[in-house]
Write a new protein. Structure first.
Length: 250
């Protein structure tokens, strides 16, 4: 009986509830979603971003959000992994867009010619294919080392523009090239996530027909103030674009 009683007391760690840690860049922090946590400073973490939406819906046993605007892969590895441990059961993140220079891509395409935009996107795509994989591998290895028992959900990035519709602003050439860059980036991230046994959450489906120029946009276009909200998901982009994908894969 003592042995049986002992077995009854040895319940799985998951029975106590999910221990959730959110990592990543501005797409995880919630730039553009409003409702910012003033304590997060320049990280611009939003209470309307998908990590908080998941927390509020599921009441995990513990929750930490170290995502930060502007983060690259080495920022995750060097400064975001503190809350992870062997008890962590769920990790989410978006990372890689800043490594590939997505912000500069958008600035170049908004201010430059078609050819300048195309050339800048080509440079970003080459980086994504040739340099980013090793950087993702190092970050994913660090996450797994710190959280050996966690399910890791790596979320991708949406396409920015709905194509084949009339839209004032950038040219069709720029729209198509920017969307191509998102597809290349997502392809690289998905492949490396799979190689590490992580789940890739593809948000292109939930953002489909809700990109810029759709008439029902889940993304901000160019924002003058604060400029860092430009080309980031709105609160609806988080609740209807990102959250359903995390929820389906967590």
């Amino acid at each position: 009986m003592a042995m049986v009683f002992g077995l009854l007391l040895s319940s799985p760690a998951h029975a106590a509830g999910t221990a959730y840690v959110a990592l990543g860049d501005s797409y995880s922090a919630g730039n553009g979603a409003g409702n910012y946590d003033s304590a997060s400073g320049s990280c611009h973490r939003s209470f309307s971003a998908y990590p908080y939406l998941w927390k509020n819906a599921h009441a995990p046993s513990s929750f930490a959000d170290t995502s930060c605007s502007g983060a690259v892969t080495t920022d995750v590895t060097n400064s975001q992994l503190g809350p992870l441990n062997a008890s962590t059961t769920l990790v989410s993140l978006t990372i890689g867009g800043n490594d590939a220079g997505f912000s500069d891509v958008m600035t170049t395409c908004v201010t430059g010619s078609d050819s300048t935009c195309v050339n800048r996107v080509n440079t970003a795509e080459n980086y994504a294919r040739n340099t980013l994989p090793a950087r993702l591998d190092a970050t994913y290895n660090a996450i797994r080392a710190k959280a050996p028992n966690a399910k890791v959900v790596v979320l991708g990035y949406p396409r920015v523009y709905t194509l084949n519709v009339f839209c004032v602003g950038l040219s069709d050439t720029k729209h198509r090239k920017i969307d191509e860059a998102a597809d290349v980036l997502d392809g690289v991230i998905a492949a490396r996530a799979a190689a590490h046994g992580f789940v890739f959450g593809d948000v292109r489906g939930t953002f489909n027909n809700h990109e810029l120029c759709s008439g029902d946009d889940y993304l901000h276009s160019l924002v003058i103030s604060p400029s860092w909200e430009s080309y980031h998901p709105t609160a609806t982009g988080h609740s209807s674009g990102y959250y359903p994908v995390l929820n389906a894969n967590s």
